[in-house]
Structures are given as C-alpha cells and as structure tokens.
Design a binder for this molecule. Structure first.
Ligand code: IMP
Length: 508
C-alpha cells in the first residue's frame, strides 16, 4: 500500500469542475463601497515589525512565464495596471535579458516608435499604419530624425507611389529650416510632466524627443501620457521604471541569472513543475549567495514542499501542479493536486510558519483561473496573488499572433478572432532547447487556441470590478481581512447549477 492514502477528494479552483468553493456574504457598513477594497499585497517575504520595504503588487495578478503569455508588451501592460509580468525562460538567456531590458528601458509615456526612412513608399506607410493601428511615423536616416509623417500628410490614392521624403514635414536642427516641433532629451530629463507641458504648447498630438545631434530618442504621444496619468496603480521602481519579473530554470541559472540581474530584473521566478527538489535548492542557494534579488520558488502543492523552499531561501512560494488549462502533467504521470486543496494546505503551513518565526511568506496560486471569481476564491483560500496564463493569453498584448477563424454558431458560419496558447511543456515551447539539452521524452503541455478578449486594461478592469465587489460583499476590506475573516463553503454540483441562469432559455 502507499505510505498514506488521503480519502478527502482533492478540490479544484474552477467553477467548471465538480467541486468548488464560494464566499459567504457578511455585513457591509453603509460607507463601504467596492472601490475601497485594497487589493495590494507583498509578494516577497517580510517581517511586519521591520521597517524594510518589500516588493508589493497593487493588484494581485501575475502574468505566467510562458512564451504565449508574457513578452515585453504584456509585462508593460501588467505593470501599468499594478500587476506583474514574468518573462519566460524558454529562450536563450541573452534573449530573455533583452526582453527584461526592453521593459526597464520603456519609460512610461516615452515611446520608442516604429520609424520609416526617407525612401519608404507612401503605400508601404499606409500598409504599416493599417497593421499597427496608428499613423504617425518619424522619418529617420542613420538614426537621426529627418522628418515626420502622419496620415494628414498624404492622400491614400493620389500619393501612394511617392516616398516619405516627398510628403513629410522636414526636421532640421536649425529651427529656421525645420517644420517639426521637437524637445531635447536634456531639457526633459525623463520627466513626463515636463514633456507633457511642451507637447501641449506645441499644439500637436505627439512630440519627438531628440538629442543635441538630432538622434531620435523617443516620441511622447498625448493619448499615452493621458493614459499614464490615469493609471494610479502602476507598479514602478524608484527610478519610475516598470517592475518586471524573470523566470529562470534549474539548468542554466549560473549563465542566465547574472544577465537578467544586469538587465534589471526586479524579481526571479524558478520555473519548474515540481519544485520540491535538490535542483531548486541549489538554484536558490546560488542566487542567495551571489545576488540580492528576491526569488520566488515552486511549484509545490504540499505543506512539506512549502517548508522545504522557505528553509532554502525562497522569498515567496508558488503553488500548483496540474491545474493549468494547457497542463497534462496529472494525466501523463499521475502526480499533482487539486488547486484549491493545494492552496489551502500551503496557506495553513504559511500561517503556522508565520506564528513560529514572525516571517510572512507570500504564496502565489499558479494556474486554474477560468473566470474572475476564481481569483477571489484563490485569494480567500490564502494566496496573496494569482498567476494566470489562459486568462490573459487572448489579450492584445500577449505575444502570439491573432488569427481569424470560423465556427458554426446557431447554424450560421461566424468569424471570430483567436490566438494560439501553448504550454511551456508542449513540443512547441520546448523546440528552443534543441541541441542545448536532452529533450524530454513526453509532453506535459498541449497547444491550444483562446478567443481574443481585447486590451488587457479592459479585460482586467472588468475582472477587478467583480473581484472587489465580491470581496466587499464577503465583508472584507483588504487581503489581510480576506485571509482572516472570509468564510468559504464547498458547494455541490446542484448548487453550482442553481447559481447560474437555469430553467430558462437565455437570450444570447
Ligand atoms: P492557466 O492560467 O490555467 O492557463 O495556467 C498557467 C500555468 O500553467 C502556468 O503559470 C504554469 O504554471 C503552468 N504551465 C504552463 N505550461 C505548462 C505545461 O506545458 N504543462 C504544465 N503546466 C504548465
């Protein structure tokens, strides 16, 4: 017989499984509106009595370290909203470091734009504008700004055979000869408010920023600055650069970590499906000895796994083995655990560890979020943040390309947009390792598609509105109260049915 057999079924997080948890309502005082729910949470261990500041998310959402989820655009979009993106490590170390650097170099509101050259045909510019969804392009020659062209400068038909130089507004360092208003980088010194003031004075929608030799540095777009000023939760470091995470593995960490730290990674995530191993222990030991960057370790699903990682220098712990939407680990090897059960056991152990040592170790629930309320449940079960893949893979900012597909709906052929979404353990993701490591013999993930859901900002805004309202209706004001006061109940299959629209024909 096995060492132990646990007879209580392992419970899943998502509504689409048979077992589930639901939050019970509690008293709400008159003045308590859902915008007052504070979702911020530390994701690095801390001692509440100490004054040291630790990395805190403003919204508890972390983008999965996956090729099909978190590239530069997604990491920036998440940080803008107050969450965190973790750039994937299933690529050569130099490539990952470049991506981290691109996030750190991206100054909120300062855009490194797509450019065209003086000889670019107007018809190519029109095509580029149609593809990109914007129509303002600096014209650059040998890195220097020579002109500026927008859709107001040409007629799509009449001018299509001309080139940029024929229609652009010319730029020259000599103000007398120039038709383009610019600002110099040493005038702005990275201060967006200053750039914004000059932009308004220029009466244009955008302002190129050049150095004293005329080399183009950035463009400041009015609509971006307006958006930046509207993002009160954005997650930035002391130099106002976006915070970003980087995934590492237990094989090439000695080569990869120095590059990532140099590129500016704020936090590292060890990316393994089974984190209760000596390989993870060695990786944690190496980073702790050589660097001061925090490391989230995982994944584990047991109290024992939690203790192991925390006692070996983990700054936070990631929970989940098998709940991922594209994950077939449990099916392939019969090892893993229902996500709700795993979070609950690890959170209990974390609380025990806190009572013993005074050190609070955040836990991150990784995988299994299907709809917004799964995030509320994962948090109420004891996690401090959730890591999501599928939930954001269909957003505009994910790296995969959008495809148009057709499907028969109500007897009619309909077109819709989708994006590919593939597991890090799928053959597609592992292809990069060719000639680098021995290939694994079987896949632990699949390739799939997800429907496009538009910009992250809108997608998450809707989710966060629901999460805040759910937490408020459960009578909690913040994560600490959610962990201490919230009451959860396991619901039956019948209860799940009753909780949805039922016994009616729902109008689409
Ligand atoms: P999702 O949010 O349910 O789609 O799950 C995302 C999580 O699944 C990731 O953060 C990883 O922990 C996990 N994951 C990613 N790729 C694979 C895979 O190929 N096999 C198993 N788990 C995976």
């Amino acid at each position: 017989m096995a060492g132990k057999i646990i007879d209580t079924p392992s419970r899943a997080l998502s509504e689409y499984s048979i077992q589930e948890h639901i939050l019970l309502p509690s008293h709400i005082p008159k003045d308590f509106t859902s915008d007052k729910v504070d979702l911020s949470a530390a994701i690095v261990k801390y001692n509440p009595d100490s004054k040291d500041s630790v990395l805190k998310l403003n919204i508890p959402v972390i983008g999965a370290a996956m090729q099909s989820v978190t590239g530069v655009k997604m990491a920036i979009a998440l940080a803008k909203l107050g969450g965190l993106g973790v750039v994937f490590c299933s690529q050569p170390p130099e490539k990952e470091a470049e991506m981290i650097k691109a996030v750190k170099d991206y100054k909120a509101g300062f855009v490194v734009p797509d450019t065209v050259s003086p000889g670019t045909k107007i018809e190519e510019i029109i095509k580029l504008a149609d593809e990109k969804g914007y129509s303002t392009f600096p014209v650059v020659e040998s890195g220097k700004l020579v002109g500026y062209i927008t859709k107001n400068d040409y007629h799509r038909e009449k001018h299509k055979h001309l080139v940029a130089k024929d229609r652009m507004l010319p730029f020259d360092l000599d103000k007398e000869k120039s038709k383009v208003a610019v600002a110099f980088d040493d005038q702005i010194s990275g201060d967006l408010h200053k750039a914004y003031g000059m932009l308004i004075e220029s009466h244009h929608g955008s302002l190129p920023i050049v150095d004293r030799n005329g080399a183009l540095k950035y463009v400041v777009f009015k609509k971006d600055v307006d958006e930046h000023l509207e993002n009160p939760f954005e997650l930035v470091d002391s130099q106002k650069r976006y915070i970003v995470g980087a995934a590492i593995n237990t094989r090439d960490y000695k080569e990869r970590v120095p590059l990532l730290v140099k590129a500016g990674a704020d936090i590292l995530f060890i990316d393994t499906s089974q984190g209760h191993t000596d390989f993870v222990k060695e990786t944690l030991g190496y980073v702790a000895k050589e660097f001061s960057v925090p490391v989230v370790a995982g994944n584990i699903v047991t109290a024992e796994g939690f203790r192991f990682l925390v006692e070996n220098n983990a700054s936070a712990v990631k929970v989940g083995m098998g709940p991922g939407s594209i994950c077939i680990t449990q099916e392939q090897i019969g090892v893993g655990r229902g996500q709700a059960t795993a979070i609950r056991e690890v959170a209990e152990e974390r609380d025990k560890y806190f009572a013993e040592t005074g050190v609070y170790v955040p836990i991150i629930a990784d995988g299994g979020v299907v709809i917004a309320k799964d995030i509320s449940v994962a948090l109420a079960l004891g996690s401090d943040a959730v890591m999501v893949g599928r939930y954001i893979a269909g957003c505009d900012e994910s790296p995969a390309e959008t495809r148009v597909a057709t499907r028969i709906v109500d007897g009619k052929l309909r077109e819709f947009h989708e994006k590919p979404y593939w597991g890090e353990g799928s053959a597609r993701a592992k292809a990069w390792m060719e000639n680098r490591y021995d290939q694994m013999t079987f896949d632990e993930g699949v390739e799939a598609t997800v429907e496009c859901v538009g910009p992250l900002k809108i997608h998450l805004h809707q989710a966060l509105t629901k999460i805040r309202d759910g937490i408020r209706k459960a009578g909690c004001r913040n994560m600490e109260e959610l962990h201490k006061k919230a009451v959860l109940q396991v619901i039956s299959e019948g209860s799940i049915k009753e909780g949805r629209a039922h016994d009616v024909d729902v109008k689409k």
